[in-house]
Write a protein that binds this ligand. Structure first.
Ligand code: GLN
Length: 533
């Protein structure tokens, strides 16, 4: 394959303009034209990865097949492209510096002063080119986190400037996202913030090639011409990005605006093949024409922040579309629930999903909710901590082990039905040390899981330290809790289910990381189907 082409996506004016969705949409359009593409995200913070960050700070932590704990935008990339990402697709400032400092200690720069330019910028450029050099991609899209002008993003912007110089404009372009605000008092859209952010980019030596303008109102041709004139771009390269009903509308909106055409033209890539978006449109048609609607209770302790359970919410959307139903999510704070109020709080839901999580806060509420849906035969789906809480609930209320618990919550518990994994006991460091990434799991024939997956062996992604304590396996099984998925190497319980219940499944892994628009996850699909009945 010839040289990969590079597209950099930067942001100006404010954060939260949706760089991730624009990058994913552009990639989707390029992919639909038969070209191979991938997306990479640079995060300017000093954490080596977001694994140690609280969801309130950062939203969900997305896990890749190779066990990288990454930014949630990688989830969007996978969901849009239906292609897996890896550690290479997410790099933080912390990781860049760690790597440069390790090289310095090994003596790789012996005799030299190690500096931001060129050592840090070289490291950044190497990470960008590493994806291009795999030969797997025609186009590598790199999203630079943060907003231009931030101190933290400067080394990345400088690396982009250097790379543009080295590779030439025909191989390397910059798409800059800005905001065109509407001032209601003046009844006008304002272009000045866009002009300023383009100027800020120019101060770092970069002229944006394409401007994607986020707006709440249609941009007239005159406004587009004005932006083009003031910002050194062609008017066809001023792309309107108006607020969308769903993130999944954005690829089609970008197609209408011609974003992919202008990018391909600038990169001298073929733009004559029309993108094949038939499957995508099919998904949108189902998403927008539901035959009925259902309500899912999502119990977690970070529900105030939508981003905390991003992949779960998106998986529910995919599964809803597959079943042609609208899934309304009722976010329920786990601390709000007690044995007494579950009946009133949960009486209107069609199914309950108990979310992953860490630590003690809110777990009794989760256990109460699970007891309620188990007894009242309401579909239940427990993910990771949600599955562990189901085991505790079952142990307490069916096995009669009243004080059953996880050693994560009570280190001295009399009945540690959930316990720290053996190989975790020696680990002291917190970053990147959980059981992470894809692991194989064997499914018991004739179980509900085997019907759902229609497979005897599966692979799913993980992120946990604790596990079902196999000392209690026999007792749980003989009392009706079936272990229908087991890791063959470690004997670790991966899937639990109850037979005499419409749908009661807990999984130690995170199926939400693998659901995509074109491949909704079978567990989510089946769960939603059960909730419709
Ligand atoms: N805290 C639990 C563990 O570490 C569950 C983790 C999770 O839900 N991702 O095992």
């Amino acid at each position: 394959m010839s040289q990969s082409k590079y597209v950099f996506v930067t942001g100006g004016v404010t954060s939260s303009l949706g760089k991730g969705i624009i990058s994913a949409s552009l990639a989707k359009l390029i992919q639909s034209r038969g070209l191979k593409t991938t997306i990479q995200k640079f995060d300017p913070y000093i954490n080596v990865d977001p694994g140690t960050l609280n969801p309130y700070e950062h939203g969900e932590c997305f896990v890749t097949e190779d066990g990288a704990e990454t930014d949630l935008d990688l989830g969007h990339y996978e969901r849009f492209l239906n292609v897996k990402t890896s550690q290479k697709n997410n790099v933080t400032t912390g990781r860049i510096y760690q790597s440069v400092i390790n090289k310095e200690r090994r003596g790789e720069f012996l005799g030299k002063t190690v500096q931001v330019v060129p050592h840090i910028t070289n490291e950044i450029k190497d990470r960008i080119k590493a994806l291009g050099e795999t030969g797997d991609f025609d186009v590598v899209i790199t999203e630079i986190g943060g907003t231009v002008g931030d101190i933290e993003s400067l080394p990345y912007i400088e690396a982009v400037r250097q790379l543009r110089w080295e590779l030439g404009k025909e191989n390397c372009i910059v798409v800059h996202l800005t905001l065109v605000p509407y001032l209601s008092a003046a009844a006008e859209l304002k272009t000045k913030p866009t002009q300023h952010s383009v100027k800020t980019l120019m101060e770092s030596g970069i002229i944006a090639d394409v401007l994607v303008c986020r707006t709440e109102h249609q941009l007239s041709d005159d406004i587009k011409k004005k932006i083009a004139l003031f910002c050194n771009v062609k008017s066809e390269a001023v792309i309107q990005s108006i607020d969308a009903e769903s993130i999944y509308d954005v690829p089609l909106m970008m197609y209408e605006e011609g974003l992919d055409r202008v990018v391909l033209k600038m990169l001298s890539l073929p733009d004559n093949l029309e993108p094949d978006l038939s499957k995508w449109k099919d998904f949108l048609r189902k998403l927008k024409n539901p035959k009925k609607s259902i309500k899912i209770g999502l119990v977690g302790k970070y529900v105030e922040l939508q981003d905390s359970y991003k992949s779960i919410l998106e998986s529910l959307i995919h599964a809803g579309a597959a079943n042609e139903v609208k899934v309304n999510v009722d976010s329920i704070h786990s601390e709000e629930l007690t044995n007494e109020n579950c009946k009133t709080r949960l009486q209107n839901i069609d199914g309950l999903l108990v979310a992953p999580g860490f630590g003690n806060r809110g777990i009794e509420g989760k256990i109460s909710a699970i007891k309620y849906v188990r007894e009242n035969k309401i579909p239940f789906f427990g993910i990771c901590l949600g599955m562990q809480m189901a085991v505790i609930e079952y142990s307490r209320n069916i096995l009669g082990l009243k004080k059953a618990n996880s050693t994560e919550m009570d280190i001295d518990t009399e009945f540690p039905v959930i316990d720290l994994m053996e190989n975790q006991k020696e680990i002291i460091n917190k970053g990147g040390t959980m059981r992470l990434g894809a692991w194989d799991c064997k499914i018991e024939p004739n179980s509900r899981a085997s019907v759902i997956y229609n497979a005897s062996e599966i692979s799913e992604r993980h992120r946990h330290r604790y596990e079902l304590n196999n000392k209690y396996l026999k007792k749980l099984k003989s009392n009706g809790l079936n272990i229908s998925g087991v890791n063959t190497k470690t004997g670790l319980a991966e899937i639990i289910e109850i037979k005499n219940h419409p749908w009661f499944i807990g999984v130690q892994f995170h199926p939400e990381y693998k659901s995509t628009v074109l491949n909704p996850h079978p567990l989510f699909k089946s769960f939603i189907k059960a909730c419709c009945n």
